[in-house]
Design a binder for this molecule. Structure first.
Ligand code: FAD
Ligand code: SF4
Length: 350
């Protein structure tokens, strides 16, 4: 029997790749560095996902259960790959527990790291307890605790969501759009309004990128049905008057300074390259692209290929991606790995 395929990372893309391979009879060794599978939606406690509206713990939790139950998937949690050598069809990986795996091919599904808002100090995170991130609000909702100001547990009457925190910001070296945070923020705004009908929710934006079918489901619905207010603005700083948070900036539509008080300010944080990518690049001998994501060898003809034949990549490891696209890429990478298992030798990328 052919060697298993090594899948590194147990988020949506890695779970999808593992399932696709197992469902056609191909053994998989899945290596996940955290103690739990599920990737960002489970590890960070996301609430209802866009665009399906399903709870993350059900939708992605179901993928975890399926992988854990599959006879052909050997799951190694709290484990990393330390060394990787060999050629397509005959690789050898040494794991952090000292064991080794002979693998036909490898798929890197190692995802992203959430932007750390302390890198945007002028917007108050880390200084004021009621300046939080979208992941924190997701956790408040998914845990059932409800949306509350961390400083004293009160119910906020006014919430500002600031978009593009750690994305589209050349000053701090984040030139990319994180793709999903406009839609996630519109969704969170509606969830806050649903839980707290007396709370006013404002979204501060440069541009709104609720792309494709998300436009009416999120952008228009949040305004028309849920009365969320959108302010096109450049934010200068988030301060405090000792009582409430103050968001200062310029309304770029009317070109006037604005200073508005809030109880809670939410940073819509972006998707950074995985902090492990330099290490992964050196262990697997794969190239990174200029921002530090794992480079794909080709956009169209061999999308899952990296610079090293037999080592593939899928999902947010390649740059900001949605869950459904990450799953599709995981399945595509599984197909490419299967070709190696069956003796097709991928070409080295230029
Ligand atoms: C606040 C926020 C909300 C979001 N909400 C949505 C939403 O509602 N809908 C949507 O479509 N998208 C959403 N996204 C995007 C979503 O998180 C990604 O599309 C998705 O997580 C990508 O899946 P992935 O498997 O590629 O990566 P990840 O989910 O990042 O999973 C990668 C896995 O690899 C593991 N790993 C990392 N490094 C290593 C290593 N060195 N060795 C072994 N394992 C490793 C990680 O622990 C993790 O389990 C949101 C993003 C943010 C920031
Ligand atoms: S999706 Fe929206 S919030 Fe996220 S980086 Fe792009 S424009 Fe900014």
């Amino acid at each position: 029997m052919a060697n298993p395929v090594l899948v590194v990372g147990g988020g949506p893309s890695g779970l999808a790749a593992s399932h696709a391979l197992a469902s056609v009879g191909q053994p998989v060794v899945l290596v996940e560095k955290e103690s739990q599978l599920g990737g960002a939606p489970i590890l960070s406690g996301y609430a209802k996902l866009v665009p399906s509206g399903e709870w993350a713990k059900d939708a992605i939790g179901g993928m975890v259960t399926r992988a854990e139950a599959a006879d052909l998937v050997t799951v190694n949690t709290a484990t990393t790959v330390q060394e990787f050598s060999g050629n397509p069809g005959a690789f050898r990986a040494t794991l952090s527990d000292g064991s080794s795996v002979d693998a036909s091919a490898a798929i890197l599904c190692t995802g992203f790291t959430h932007f750390d808002s302390v890198n945007k100090p002028e917007w108050g995170f880390g200084l004021f307890p009621d300046v939080v991130t979208t992941t924190q609000v997701e956790q408040m909702i998914s845990s059932g605790a409800g949306v509350r100001c961390p400083s004293d547990g009160r119910t906020p009457k006014r919430v500002a969501i600031l978009l593009c925190v750690g994305s589209r910001d050349r000053q701090i070296g984040r030139e990319w759009c994180s793709k999903v945070c406009c839609t996630v923020s519109s969704n969170l705004a509606m969830e806050i309004r649903e839980e707290l009908p007396d709370c006013h929710v404002y979204i501060y934006y440069m541009d709104i990128r609720t792309f494709g079918l998300y436009e009416d489901l999120y952008y228009w619905r949040s305004q028309e049905e849920f009365k969320v207010k959108y302010v096109k603005a450049r934010i200068a700083e988030v301060t405090s008057d000792g009582d409430r948070l103050i968001v200062k900036g310029e309304d770029t539509l009317v070109k006037r300074p604005i200073t508005i008080p809030f109880d809670m300010v939410v940073h819509a944080i972006g998707m950074d390259p995985n902090v492990d990518n330099m290490l992964l690049s050196s262990i697997f001998d794969v190239k990174l692209q200029k921002h530090g994501h794992i480079e794909r060898a080709s956009t169209y003809s061999a999308m899952a290929e990296t610079s090293r034949p037999g080592v593939f990549v899928a999902g947010a490891a390649t740059g900001p991606e949605t869950i459904d696209d990450s799953i599709a890429q995981g399945q595509g990478a599984a197909m490419a790995a299967l070709a190696v298992v069956n003796g097709a030798l991928p070409q080295a990328a230029e």
